[in-house]
Design a protein around this ligand. Structure first.
Ligand SMILES: Nc1nc2c(c(=O)[nH]1)N[C@H]1C(S)=C(S)[C@@H](COP(=O)(O)OP(=O)(O)OC[C@H]3O[C@@H](n4cnc5c(=O)[nH]c(N)nc54)[C@H](O)[C@@H]3O)O[C@H]1N2
Ligand SMILES: Nc1nc2c(c(=O)[nH]1)N[C@H]1C(S)=C(S)[C@@H](COP(=O)(O)OP(=O)(O)OC[C@H]3O[C@@H](n4cnc5c(=O)[nH]c(N)nc54)[C@H](O)[C@@H]3O)O[C@H]1N2
Ligand SMILES: [Mo]
Length: 747
């Protein structure tokens, strides 16, 4: 079955009906990702200037249905269910109750959330925050909130007194931010949509386009029609990467026509990408020795470190490359051969590269591969990290970062007349460590499901209950709200798709997509409840109750008219947001300046840097043994991160359960397991902590021998907190060595 096609149409219809969204407003979906519409709350893929009539996909339609559902939960729901009871509910059940509608505070006497007034909530939160140690409070952002809200949120943290601004990017593309910054001098991708029309070769690493950014299939399909080869590296054969039927093309739907997406599919071993790319580079250098294929002018003029890198490539051994990548020399030479004949190579990637111990090195290796041919800053060529949350890249752009050097602190000082904190703040792993050490005093969450998304679930849940104050700004109930701090508030907000009415009228917001383009977004659905506040209003409410009054900053005026927040953003970042209010509705968005795309290198060397990998070992620290298998965690077609829409994974043919383990038939035979047999997993890490997930049903699947796949977040209890990328600290969720035991047997 190809990605797209009739299956995706049926799938969307089911969820729209189940959430009663069709009855509520059937005109919503066609306005998704349109220049005058709303930006989809699912992925961050680019929104074209000339969109398809239906510029949405089944994943985006599900996200819209999930947010605009007619189901709601109010005070009465929480009076009926204690939090201890709700702890036994699944992620799906919790969110499926519908939208949160009233502000809530946990009542210890009854173990329930009770409705309180907005003003009381703000006053109590403010009073508590004023009493805490400033450096022991974190402000987490999940990546969906608009540029306006995010700017206000980072200002709240900095005026409060810290740079503790971890965000979901810390679990996601932080390896990109670090890896690209050090090699090409910008922390984001360099390609734009037009590059897909000019490229003549696409390398595609560890990204599941059919599920996680399906609108990109339009660009891939168009490129494939021009005969552009797509060379995929992914341990698992993903349907969406194999072939695609465009559900928005009646002809294709009727004829069942499929476009083959991947012209080569290399089932690399998880964490074997550095070795695989080393193999590609080795084959390229070998080819260059007989007929020149390197871009020598580019290398001489624009790069630093070529000789050292070339030396490392030459001295690498094919035997080690083959062992670590799990790919043959012949396969890698075959892929390199396509690179050698291409004038404009694009490299696309996702979590398969970033969520590893060597995540930053993987990204830097991919840059090496491009630099050899001058494939950065040339039309049709460049690097394309596919971002996750719909505004995760934008949050970084407007100051959500724990790294003080990445925020314009002097500018903020000048604009708002306060002394911004200069000490580095906590990222996600640091925040987890502070929680485990029982040091953290308060956690303010702007969206997200922190405890469920991070590693080390068992210890984290226990420690989370010890935090003196947890405040969650959210649309739907999730496990992080149910497992709560000693004092806990749950503040329900409008979603992006809903009409946001303030004193000056209906408001619009802005987001940045994966290609660094900024877009306006106007909510269009009637809010789930009249009692909801917008995210800017909630952030302002907390800020006013927590911070001393500042004559240079009028939070109420900002809430009354978001255009004034955009003016403030423009004043802080004049180069990026020039004429922000005037340009926010530019069809296709307006792009932020990207020096690397113009071959200007804002690195220490002033050039694009080749880097030599530390080693080719996939994952040196996980205590792999002869008995262990390497687990990588993946997303299903029925989820958005910890939001579980359904128990089906249409593309992988799994229905009715997420407690499954994908395993190669050869490994099943070796372990005497049959389809449907139940197994338990135990982490191989030997650090004195027992980590396990029990009760997974074995599913035979096309993955390399020695590797298994399971779903995120169900497998998160297996990931040690220390098992994260060097430099970026992204949890290494794509290579966890585990022991498989038959359920019922004891070892
Ligand atoms: N519908 C939907 N859309 C989403 C999301 C969602 O959950 N649902 N999540 C959003 C978010 S926050 C993000 S970050 C993105 C995530 O989107 P992706 O980057 O696609 O993330 P994953 O699905 O976790 O894994 C990507 C792929 O990496 C492969 N892989 C695993 N290990 C390795 C490896 O070592 N090497 C290589 N080369 N490949 C490997 C897996 O088989 C999988 O196909 O999607 C965003 N969009
Ligand atoms: N093992 C493993 N772990 C992983 C990953 C993996 O691949 N494997 N992926 C990692 C990645 S890439 C990411 S990005 C993180 C995700 O981590 P998070 O971003 O923290 O988690 P989400 O599941 O996206 O958050 C869902 C919740 O956000 C709230 N929400 C939804 N929409 C809105 C809104 O508009 N406003 C507000 N205020 N709240 C809203 C809802 O209450 C919902 O329950 O997980 C990481 N964890
Ligand atoms: Mo993500």
């Amino acid at each position: 079955m190809p990605a797209g096609g009739w299956g995706s149409v049926r799938d969307v219809a089911t969820i729209l009906l189940h959430q009663d969204t069709v009855a509520k407003d059937s005109t919503l979906l066609p306005r998704q990702n349109k220049p005058d519409g709303y930006a989809c709350a699912s992925c961050a893929w680019a929104k074209p200037a000339h969109p398809h009539p239906f510029e949405f996909c089944s994943s985006g339609a599900k996200a819209t249905a999930w947010e605009t559902t007619s189901r709601t939960i109010g005070a009465d729901f929480f009076e009926r269910h204690t939090l201890t009871e709700l702890e036994s509910w699944s992620d799906h059940q919790l969110e499926d109750q519908g939208r949160l509608t009233v502000p809530l505070r946990w009542d210890p006497a009854t173990d329930t959330y009770r409705e309180i007034g907005w003003d009381t909530a703000f006053a109590e939160i403010g009073a508590a925050l004023r009493g805490f140690e400033r450096e022991q409070v974190v402000f987490y952002a999940s990546g969906r909130a608009s540029l306006e809200t995010s700017y206000m949120f980072q200002l709240l943290a900095r005026m409060y007194g810290n740079n503790n601004l971890p965000d979901s990017s810390n679990m996601c593309h932080e390896s990109t931010s670090v890896g690209l910054q050090k090699t090409i001098g910008v922390g984001v991708g360099t390609i734009g949509l037009p590059d897909f029309e000019r490229t003549d070769c696409i390398f595609f690493f560890g990204q599941n386009v059919g599920v996680n950014s399906p609108r990109m299939l339009h660009q891939l399909q168009a490129a494939r029609r021009r005969g552009v080869p797509v060379i995929t590296f992914n341990p698992l054969r993903e349907r969406g990467l194999v072939s695609f039927t465009n559900p928005q093309s009646p002809l294709e739907m009727l004829t069942g026509h499929e476009t083959v997406i991947s012209t080569q599919y290399h089932q690399v071993r998880p964490a074997g990408d550095t070795a695989a790319i080393m193999g590609l580079c080795k084959a390229i250098l070998a080819a260059d020795a007989s007929a020149p294929v390197l871009d020598r002018d580019f290398i001489a003029e624009h790069t630093h470190g070529f000789e050292a890198f070339a030396q490392a490539v030459r001295s690498s051994e094919w035997s080690e490359i083959e062992r670590e990548s799990g790919l043959t020399r012949g396969a890698l030479e075959g892929a390199a051969e396509v690179w050698c004949r291409s004038r404009a190579v694009m490299a696309v990637y996702g979590m398969g590269l970033t969520q590893h111990r060597n995540g930053v090195q993987n990204v830097a290796m991919l840059v090496n591969l491009l630099l050899l041919g001058g494939h950065i800053g040339r039309p049709g060529a460049g690097i394309c990290p596919v971002r996750g949350h719909s505004n995760v890249q934008g949050q970084r752009t407007v100051g959500i970062t724990e790294k003080p050097e990445l925020a314009p602190l002097d500018k903020l000082k000048e604009q708002y007349g306060f002394e911004p904190p200069r000490k580095p703040g906590m990222n996600t792993v640091d925040a987890c460590e502070a929680i485990l050490a029982r040091k953290l005093q308060a956690f303010i969450g702007l969206g997200g499901n922190f405890v469920r998304a991070v590693p080390e679930t068992v210890m984290m849940e226990a420690a989370w209950r010890g935090i003196p104050l947890t405040v969650q700004i959210a649309t739907k109930l999730n496990r992080t709200h149910v497992i709560h701090g000693k004092a806990a508030y749950l503040l329900p907000c409008l979603g992006r798709i809903e009409t946001d009415r303030q004193a000056s009228g209906e408001q619009a917001v802005t987001v940045e997509d994966s290609t660094a383009c900024m877009h306006g977004s106007r909510g269009m659905a009637e809010p789930a409840a009249a009692t909801l506040l917008s995210e800017p209003a909630i952030v302002a409410g907390i800020a006013k109750a927590t911070l001393d009054a500042n004559p240079k900053l009028d939070w109420d005026a900002w809430v009354a008219d978001y255009a004034t927040v955009r003016d403030a953003i423009e004043a802080t970042y004049p180069d990026i947001f020039k004429d922000f209010n005037a340009r926010m509705w530019t069809p296709g968005g307006f792009r932020k300046p990207l020096a690397a795309a113009e071959r200007k290198w804002e690195t220490e060397s002033g050039k694009a840097n080749f880097t030599v990998p530390e080693n080719l070992l996939g994952d040196p620290d996980m205590h792999a043994t002869a008995q262990s298998l390497r687990l990588f965690t993946i997303r299903s077609d029925g989820q958005f991160n910890t939001t579980i829409y359904s128990y089906d994974d249409r593309f992988r043919g799994v229905h009715g359960s997420r407690m499954v383990l994908f395993m190669a038939p050869g490994d099943m035979a070796r372990l005497a397991l049959r389809e449907g047999d139940m197994v338990n997993l135990r982490a191989a890490a030997q650090d004195g902590v027992e980590r396990r997930v029990d009760g997974l049903a074995v599913v035979p699947y096309d993955v390399p021998a020695g590797c298994i796949a399971g779903y995120y977040p169900e497998c998160n209890p297996l990931i040690p907190l220390w098992h994260h990328a060097k430099e970026s600290k992204v949890p290494a969720a794509k290579a966890i060595d585990v022991i498989v035991e038959r359920a019922g047997s004891q070892s």
